[in-house]
Ligand binder design. Structure first.
Ligand code: XUL
Ligand code: CO
Length: 441
């Protein structure tokens, strides 16, 4: 049965196409360097935003019109969503999808029933995946929406909630193993605090680390070898989330001897909420060997919350792809569209159009970033800017061959210190040139 009858398989038509349901830049088989776009970009669809999001906001009810809405029984609806999902994946030509346990099957009246509901849907996924090239980029569990997680999950003050959260993650790891997930994500929506006045921060962080160690141990026990990913976010729903940004997360992982077990899943809108640019977070992870995967979206420039828009900002996608290429790709990670259509884009067709523009925006960013790297356009500027560290005192500093006494002697002999312009406007003009000339091709 078809859910999106009026949509054909999305084709690549090139930059001048006027069809909103055609790719202008994403040409899966086209090579950029020595790999195809499909191999580099590894796009994924987020089950929650695409199949369970109703487009409600704090001021009003949902507006989304979805073909599976005709089913009122929650399990019938969940099954219809699976059928619709694989139709959408195939028509879009995306190689991956991602989900939370809570997205795919309704909670039952007990934990046992909840896990049984999941099994029914996972059986369906397994059947569909046999006949499809679509794979699971990652799965995760939702340990934040239900009221039982009001005080957190692995950082709750209530040990019963810690146990309940562990039970769900145990199942999530088993589901990931069954479906061949390439990664497993932890986003700690409630792992933080509202106020320090009633919070034992030390205990909460110790418990969170214990939780992660148990997840690592259990995944080993069952032979689930997915890459574990932490997804940082500074706040929302909590006022302070422990995985605030990559730097916070990395410090935590190092302190608790977990840094070799995890990498980061970096979300653009979470970066901006933390007061960073998307490429800052990618860079910080990359230089520490911790860049795992990406939740591709963007925030609204005027709104200080997680608006999860589909990515359309070509500067941001170019700089993101720059980091990803410099990282040698995403390994087992991918570009998961953790993005939702606007409340006003309520037609089912909008789900396709939104993914098309998101995929095109990253494809274009990839092409520009590749050209920038091929020409060493930014590298040669940066190398030149730091050239004082290639010889003389700079080389000695780098090689650890100097100390404060020698440096003071050296500084005393300096008559004048010459600095050079950082040429930022010139560099931004170069970036614009690369964007425009790549676009013109
Ligand atoms: C929330 C968010 C989550 C994670 C997975 O802001 O990004 O959807 O990606 O739990
Ligand atoms: Co996300």
């Amino acid at each position: 049965m078809a859910y999106f009858d009026n949509i054909n398989k999305i084709q690549y038509e090139g930059a001048t196409s006027k069809d909103p349901l055609a790719f202008k830049f994403y040409n899966p088989t086209e090579k950029v360097g020595d790999k195809t776009m499909e191999e580099i970009l590894r796009f994924g669809v987020a089950y929650w935003h695409t199949f369970t999001e109703d487009l409600s906001d704090p001021f009003g009810a949902g507006t989304a019109l979805r073909p599976w809405d005709k089913y009122s029984d929650p399990m019938d609806k969940a099954k219809a969503r699976v059928e619709a999902a694989f139709e959408l994946f195939e028509k879009l030509g995306v190689p991956y999808f991602c989900f939370h346990d809570f997205d795919i099957a309704p909670e039952g009246s007990s934990l046992k029933e909840t896990l049984e509901n999941q099994d029914i849907i996972v059986d369906m996924f397994e059947d569909y995946m046999k006949d499809s090239k679509v794979k699971l980029l990652w799965n995760t569990v939702n340990n934040f929406s239900h009221p039982r997680f009001v005080h957190g999950a692995a950082t709750s003050n209530n040990a019963d909630v810690f146990a309940y959260a562990a039970a769900k993650v145990k199942k999530g790891l088993e589901v990931g193993k069954r479906l061949g997930a390439e990664n497993y994500v932890f986003w700690g929506g409630r792992e933080g605090y509202e106020s320090l006045l009633n919070t034992n921060m030390g205990l909460e962080l110790d418990n969170l680390a214990k939780f992660f160690h148990m997840a690592v141990d259990y995944s080993k026990e069952i032979g689930f070898d997915a890459q574990f990913l932490i997804e940082p976010k500074p706040m929302e729903p909590t006022s302070h989330q422990y995985d605030y940004d990559v730097a916070h997360g990395y410090a935590f992982l190092q302190k608790y001897d977990l840094a070799d077990k995890f990498k980061f899943n970096i979300e653009a809108n979470h970066a901006t909420l933390a007061g960073h640019s998307f490429d800052h977070e990618l860079r910080y992870a990359r230089i520490n060997g911790m860049l795992g995967s990406v939740d591709a979206n963007q925030g609204h420039p005027h709104l200080g919350w997680d608006t999860d828009e589909f990515p359309t900002d070509l500067n941001a996608t170019t700089l993101a792809m720059y980091e990803i290429l410099k990282n040698g790709g995403l390994g087992s990670g991918g570009l998961n569209f953790d993005a939702k259509v606007r409340r006003t884009s309520f037609h089912a067709d909008d789900l396709f159009k939104a993914h098309v523009v998101g995929m095109d925006s990253f494809a274009l960013g990839l092409k520009v970033a590749h050209k920038l790297i091929e020409d060493r356009a930014l590298e040669s500027i940066v190398d030149n800017r730091y050239r004082s560290f290639n010889q003389g005192i700079g080389k000695e500093i780098r090689e650890g061959k100097t100390d404060f006494k020698k440096l003071q002697d050296y500084a005393l002999r300096l008559d004048d210190i010459q600095n050079e312009s950082g040429q930022l406007e010139e560099i931004k003009a170069i970036l614009n040139q690369y964007l425009v000339t790549t676009l013109a091709k």
